[in-house]
Design a protein around this ligand. Structure first.
Ligand code: NAP
Length: 315
């Protein structure tokens, strides 16, 4: 026995939930397979579940907590008839119609599928990260930089992201220290020149973050020199981890076209993938903006593309 619907949405961050709101209001009764908690950086609701205050989502002048924002979007989708399944998709087959999606042994079939499985920030793998994320530890300077006004903060990484985050953070912080595990940066020359020319930015070379100190809020950061083995503590009250992102696309390998970096390919300016009737939105296909509002916007695009495609199918 399988469950068959017109629209199935995989993923429940801002993109998936916006797609759910739109397709539900179009009477398409979407089923959202929302994921299930499997680690601190992987749970239903996506990356906003790891955020504390969100101050840049339009409509919330006083700010809103990330999990509350996602809870409200979910409620809004449910109000119009979206159904939710708290589970992880384990396999897909989009080679014929209806499209097939499995959760374990259970098969779900749909005329159209919207993929919004998001991306994850790579983390350092320290135990304290799950406790302090959103409490001094962050992976998004655009989202959280404002909260670090007048503080001394660190940024981990040596690529373009780390330098871009560091440069942005100099608008708020007293000082920004780039902590890099080697003695040369991977970032482009132009970004390196900009960072080196900024008097608020310092570099800590050949250094590894070994622990984060603080129970409810980051108080300091433990470091180790990879040259001498010397261990030190830096009084950073903010730490931004910028060592890269990984799109959640393992499920779609060999099924949907991807960029070399694993992000799904969509038709420029649209949500269409290479498979008819499969649409992608949010961070799973966006390695440039990565904001809740851009993800939500692309979720709306996917819903409209999907609705029009279904209409055309039904003649
Ligand atoms: P990236 O280029 O892969 O750099 C990741 C950095 O993090 C590297 O310096 C790496 O060190 C370090 N790192 C990785 N794992 C680590 C760990 N466990 N502990 C400590 N350090 C670790 O990633 P990215 O900076 O996010 O950039 C991704 C892509 O987007 C790149 O192609 C980049 O050019 C592009 N991008 C461009 C811009 C821009 O042009 N404005 C902005 C952002 C990103 P090693 O160097 O030792 O490997």
């Amino acid at each position: 026995m399988s469950d068959r619907r017109e629209v199935l949405i995989i993923g429940s961050g801002p993109a998936g939930l916006t797609a759910a709101i739109y397709t539900a209001r179009a009477n398409l009764s979407p089923l959202v397979i929302e994921g299930e908690p499997s680690s601190t950086t992987d749970q239903p609701g996506g990356q906003l579940m790891l955020t504390t205050e969100v101050e840049n989502f339009p409509g919330w002048p006083e700010g809103i907590m990330g999990p509350e924002l996602m809870g409200r979007c979910r409620e809004q989708a449910a109000r119009f008839g979206a159904e939710f399944l708290t589970a992880k998709v384990t396999r897909v087959d989009f080679s014929s119609s209806p499209k097939k999606v499995w959760v374990g042994e259970t098969l779900y079939e749909a005329d159209a599928v919207i993929v919004s499985t998001g991306a994850q920030s790579l983390m350092l793998g320290l135990e304290a990260e799950s406790r302090l994320i959103g409490h001094g530890l962050s992976t998004c300077a655009t989202c959280d930089g404002f909260f670090f006004r007048g503080q001394d903060i660190g940024v981990v990484g040596g690529g373009d992201s780390a330098l871009e985050e560091a440069l942005f953070l100099t608008k708020f912080a007293s000082s920004v220290t780039i902590i890099h595990r080697r003695d040369s940066l991977r970032a482009s020359k132009v970004m390196q020149d900009r960072a080196r020319a900024n008097e608020k930015i310092r570099f800590m070379w050949n250094t590894q973050v070994t622990d984060l100190v603080g129970d409810t809020k980051l108080e300091s950061v433990k470091l180790k020199s990879l040259e001498t083995g010397e261990e030190t503590t830096a009084q950073f009250t903010g730490l931004f981890v910028a060592i890269g992102h990984r799109p959640n696309t393992d499920l779609f390998k060999g099924v949907l076209d991807m960029e070399d970096n694993g992000y799904l390919k969509t038709v420029p300016g649209r949500s269409l993938t290479n498979v008819e009737g499969v649409f992608a939105c949010g961070d799973v296909q966006d390695h440039t903006y990565r904001q809740a509002i851009t993800a939500a916007g692309s979720g709306c695009m996917a819903a409209i593309d999907c609705e029009r495609w279904l209409e055309a199918q039904h003649g």
